[in-house]
Design a protein around this ligand. Structure first.
Ligand code: PMV
Length: 314
């Protein structure tokens, strides 16, 4: 039997992270330049299922039963088993990913989505996108506590989306390519911790924090038509405003601010941190002709890695 292979892209939130957890809209796009790949085979001669993790910075082989209870591979496989109400045959799964972990680029959502797709196929079940999204959301709850659901949605559907938690997402029709340059601050943070720190601020100073969320919500609403029309200058301007709002939420870092400023200095239309913050990547939007100068500027400013990509018309 040939191995079942499934893949899922990374993602970046272009507008609205954190506020989206509180019911405000947000916009996210898939990043197909980075991905998680899962390959699954039956394990006939051995009575233990094995998981092989193969990432650029980390390799590990571990028996399924030894995975922590909250490990996303374990959570997703067990949820599929519950869904089909049947025992799972022994398997060997290789998980490889080029999505940096804890960097705001959707590594946990991509893992949950690729396993949901691949493992259901391995068991001979055809799940709808909605069911895959649901399974991935359940895994995100175990990882992050109270996720908005934007990560699993953009990764499952692999389309730019306008998203409000608990509502059907809207796919954004892109008419002109938007060039993105993402740069690594070299710092790492856990989404769960940063989301918790924002919640504490919101509980202590609800008026101030709600005002920041409302401001973010307003700029997401302006960004939606700008994305549809490919108005790169407005997209960039709104991204930089979004970064200022995230600074006021205290989820940025000097390293991220420095990269954001350098990108703008070298010709980006705008830039912001992406995802939970307190580390990870930032993202800059640009016209095609400025991408090289922004890339060079970000590297001189200390970026540890660069991902250059574009959102294609849909
Ligand atoms: O850092 P990431 O890629 O996990 O993104 C988190 C986005 C938040 O808005 C901060 C949380 C959420 O659940 O939407």
């Amino acid at each position: 039997m040939p191995a079942i292979i499934s893949k899922a892209p990374g993602k970046t939130i272009l507008f609205g992270e954190h506020a989206v957890v509180y019911g405000f809209p947000a916009i996210a796009v898939p990043l197909t330049a980075i991905q998680t790949k899962v390959s699954i085979l039956p394990r006939l001669k051995n009575n233990r299922s094995l998981i092989r993790f193969r990432n650029p910075s980390w390799k590990e082989d571990i028996y399924f039963e030894n995975l922590k209870l909250n490990n996303p591979v374990r959570v997703t496989v067990e949820n599929i088993s519950k869904l089909i109400e049947s025992k799972i045959p022994n398997f060997e799964m290789t998980v490889s990913s080029s999505i940096p972990i804890s960097a705001g680029l959707g590594s946990s959502a991509a893992l949950a989505v690729s396993i949901s797709k691949g493992f259901s196929q391995f068991l001979g079940i055809k799940l709808s996108k909605e069911e895959i999204n649901d399974l991935a959301f359940k895994s995100e709850i175990v990882q992050h506590g109270s996720p908005s659901g934007i990560d699993n949605s953009v990764v499952t559907y692999s389309r730019p989306i306008y998203y409000i938690s608990g509502q059907p997402m809207i796919q954004i029709k892109i008419t002109k390519p938007v060039h993105l340059i993402l740069a690594d601050s070299g710092k790492r943070s856990l989404t769960k911790d940063v989301v918790k720190s924002v919640r504490e601020k919101w509980e202590n100073k609800p008026n101030i924090i709600n005002q920041i969320f409302e401001g973010i919500g307003d700029l997401v609403k302006k960004a939606h038509p700008a994305m549809r029309n490919g108005n790169i200058h407005l997209i960039g301007k709104l991204m930089t405003q979004n970064h200022s709002a995230l600074q006021r939420l205290d989820v940025s870092l000097p390293e991220l601010d420095h990269l954001v400023n350098s990108a703008i200095l070298h010709g980006a239309s705008g830039a912001k941190l992406c995802g939970a913050g307190k580390g990870g990547y930032m993202v800059a939007a640009s016209t095609l002709e400025n991408t090289e100068s922004i890339r060079d500027g970000l590297l001189s400013a200390g970026a540890r890695n660069i991902i250059s990509t574009k959102i294609n018309p849909t």
